[in-house]
Design a protein around this ligand. Structure first.
Ligand SMILES: [Zn+2]
Length: 343
């Protein structure tokens, strides 16, 4: 690699940590932003060290950067039986109850007593639905949750659904970030308990996302060490799916898994009222540690170009949440799991 970068190479910024950005700032020539895709052109003098949080864009990605990428909703691929039956059970009312409940804590900031209480109640809930629940702890008493229903015929193949339960800051318990994703996870757990899954279905309630993807990084690393990371055939991450201004959901992954993102676009057109926007370039949430280990991992998130104005603010409360929109994104994720299980 040449130490000179005056060649108009573009790099995606793949960190969500403000101090990394500060470090990067003096070396940036130009910034381009398209929704969640944040791309920079570096000054020729930029040292190699700053590139640790950057990934060079492919030509195709440069095109997306300028054009955006809305996929045409043709819905040809999704023809599995039974999917509608389960998707039609998604209830905006159930989702609302869970968002209200999870937002009623004083905080869900990682490692606070309220955070622990929210985890315990979630564990009890998943247990009562018949899932086998266990904790994955990364520090004394700071844990994520794993709830599983073994597959009937291919139990070594895992389809995973994840959402982070912790919220940012100690002053509030975010409704959009991320009671919305948690409520969707719980609704999927309720519906899938009655589904005869061939592959193992795993719910991963992550903790410490807002503190730097701690729970998900720790879990992904330990699965890798146990040689089990590639049991996961698909990982879906739901983070901030509650604020709707455009009817668009973003599906974010990296270029290796574009085909799965397009499949989700097809499923969205068949089973939901959503329009989908694919972002190839992932950062800043729990799908990252899995993507980094080659697991097909996709994030669904509200349209980032017009995201919740109360993002990471105390005003991230229930009154800004559109429960029907959360229900539609839940349907999208549920139909993806069902489709993949029947593949
Ligand atoms: Zn979040």
């Amino acid at each position: 690699m040449s130490s000179s970068s005056g060649d108009n190479d573009l790099y995606q910024v793949i960190t969500g940590h403000p101090h990394d950005i500060e470090e990067l700032n003096p070396h940036i020539e130009t910034v381009y932003q398209k929704g969640r895709l944040w791309v920079v052109d570096l000054k020729t003098s930029a040292p190699l060290a700053v590139r640790k949080n950057l990934r060079a864009l492919t030509g195709k990605e440069k095109h997306f950067l300028y054009e955006g990428m809305f996929i045409s909703n043709k819905g040809q691929k999704a023809k599995k039986v039974n999917i509608s039956h389960f998707v039609s059970q998604v209830s905006g009312e159930n989702i609302k109850q869970d968002i209200v409940e999870l937002s009623s804590y004083e905080t869900r900031f990682v490692a606070t007593p309220e955070n622990t209480l929210a985890l315990q109640q979630t564990a009890a809930r998943l247990n009562s639905l018949g899932y086998e629940v266990r904790e994955h702890c990364y520090r004394d008493e700071v844990c994520s949750l794993i709830a599983e229903k073994k597959g009937l015929s291919k139990n070594n193949e895992v389809l995973m659904i994840m959402a982070h339960i912790d919220s940012v800051g100690e002053a509030f318990a975010g409704a959009d970030d991320n009671a919305s994703g948690m409520a969707a996870l719980l609704e999927m757990a309720r519906i899938l308990k009655d589904y005869d899954n061939q592959r193992t279905i795993r719910f991963f309630v992550t903790n410490g996302e807002e503190a730097g993807l701690i729970g998900s990084s720790h879990y992904a690393r330990s699965l890798e060490e146990e040689n089990k990371i590639h049991d996961i055939q698909l990982a879906l991450n739901l983070d901030m799916i509650g604020f709707n201004s455009t009817g668009v959901v973003e599906i974010e992954t990296d270029p290796r898994f574009e085909e799965t993102a397009r499949l989700m676009g097809d499923l969205a057109s068949r089973y939901t009222s959503l329009r989908t926007k694919i972002t190839l370039g992932a950062w800043g949430s729990d799908h990252l540690p899995f993507l980094q280990r080659g697991v097909p991992s996709l994030l669904t998130i509200e349209d980032w170009e017009s995201k919740n104005p109360c993002y990471h603010e105390e005003c991230d409360t229930v009154d800004l949440i559109n429960f029907d929109y959360v229900a539609e994104i839940t349907k999208l994720n549920l139909s993806t799991i069902l489709y993949k299980d029947q593949e």
